[in-house]
Design a protein around this ligand. Structure first.
Ligand code: GLY
Length: 416
């Protein structure tokens, strides 16, 4: 089996790493990949950017890959899947229209409302004045969301003071244009739940908990995710998420005749009464959640994805181990705002207690150098959460670049 992965994130690296563990996988191409993917056995980076959709399709055809995986949502929103399908190339991801569930928060919230899927109350606004007037009729804190895509988790802000509400609304309209969503804040604990869906059948993955805030004790701005762990919740609570959120969403997708193929991510809030609410839908694997899922997946990934492409997921038997998995995100100075780049990265060599995945890393004159906000992800599993944490932090302490930042409290407290 030959697979093409589109992306250069640590998630693309992790998918390549998991795929090559299978004897059935002969070769994985990553476009454009990272220095980390270039170092993996059976993996080859291709110099094609994630925005060059015809170039990516040409690569898939030229290297005769069995299928392509897409990691950036921007590529889904740009219609990469539609283009691949027109060219007769197999791709495991949703079309531009289907992935609107992620790239338009307005559409997504209205979809949940239309199908009575429990989600926090909200209103959508096309101008800043109306958004501010409505916000002041609600209570603090408030969740403010950009409708379209914004990088680095900056599209969602939890405002705790009225001044922050007003400034964020102004900033969102100025920076991204409208519409924006003003949403009620729910108290509780978040969990990320993902399924692989072939349009008819779906297979649940193990759940994970993501820490979205930049600093320890859940302080600082929202980010794309600073760490994760799994398992998080009881079997009974997982089943409740399936019954109350996953099943109704799958039914709604079918009712609306949305032709969906790929991973479907549910950002879930569990309130103090143990009721579950759907905060957001993503049309891909979460990062850093995927590291903890892949650590716990004993089955081979390649054949599972092939079953999904054949729309035969009802035949899938995914085996999960009982280990505890932890992932950590290491970011650069300034992330998630204006990021500092060009810092030389020093990584430990040889086998480590945690796997090191590269994201915004470039290679220059034999050195690794930072080139963005999310630099390195680490992932490890062990018999206990504490042992997995120790592995992660033992490796994190051996990594260095100026301005590097990571949270020290991943897997020690519930993320809110
Ligand atoms: N960690 C959340 C996300 O990937 O959107």
């Amino acid at each position: 089996m030959k697979v093409l992965i589109v992306g250069c994130s640590s998630g693309a690296h992790a998918l390549a790493w998991k795929l090559i563990q299978s004897d059935q996988v002969e070769k994985v191409y990553v476009a454009p990949g990272s220095p980390g993917t270039a170092d993996e056995p059976k993996v080859e980076n291709l110099e094609v950017e994630t925005t060059d959709i015809p170039g990516l399709a040409n690569a898939a055809a030229q290297y005769d890959v069995d299928y392509t995986l897409i990691t950036p949502t921007q590529a889904l929103a740009a219609g990469i899947v539609d283009y691949f399908q027109e060219r007769g190339l197999k791709v495991l991801a949703p079309t531009r229209e289907a992935s609107k569930l992620e790239w338009s928060k307005e559409y997504s919230k209205q979809f949940m409302q239309r199908h009575q899927i429990p989600t926090p109350g909200f209103k959508v606004f096309a101008d800043a004045l109306s958004a501010r007037q409505y916000a002041h009729t609600r209570s603090l804190p408030l969740v403010l969301k950009v409708d379209g895509m914004a990088n680095g988790g900056l599209g969602v802000v939890i405002a705790h003071e009225w001044q922050a509400v007003d400034e964020t609304i102004e900033h969102m309209f100025t920076t991204y244009g409208g519409p924006i969503i003003v949403e009620d804040f729910l108290v509780g604990e978040e969990v990320s739940f993902t399924v692989l869906f072939d349009g008819s059948h779906y297979v649940p993955m193990v759940e994970s908990r993501d820490y979205k805030r930049l600093r320890d004790n859940d302080e600082g701005p929202n980010t794309g995710g600073m760490g994760a762990y799994s398992p998080v919740i009881s079997q009974a609570l997982s089943q409740k998420i399936i019954d109350h959120l996953v099943e109704p969403t799958i039914r709604a997708i079918k009712e609306e005749a949305i032709d969906y193929l790929g991973f479907l991510y549910f950002g879930v809030m569990i309130d103090p009464e143990q009721e579950v609410h759907l905060l957001e839908i993503n049309c891909r694997l979460g990062n850093p959640e995927l590291f903890t899922m892949l650590e716990r997946m004993d089955s081979e990934l390649g054949p599972l994805l092939e079953l999904a492409l054949a729309r035969r997921l009802h035949q899938a038997e995914v085996r999960w181990n009982a280990k505890c998995a932890v992932a950590l995100q290491i970011s650069s100075a300034g992330y998630p705002g204006v990021k500092r780049t060009g810092d030389v990265i020093s990584l430990p060599s040889g086998e480590q207690e945690a796997k090191i995945f590269h994201a915004a890393v470039s290679s220059a004159q034999g050195q690794l150098v930072t080139k963005g906000g999310r630099i390195i992800s680490l992932s490890a599993s062990a018999d206990t959460l504490e042992a997995a944490r120790e592995r992660i932090y033992a490796v994190a302490r051996k990594i260095h670049f100026d301005g590097m930042h990571y949270r020290k409290d991943i897997a020690t407290l519930g993320a809110r």
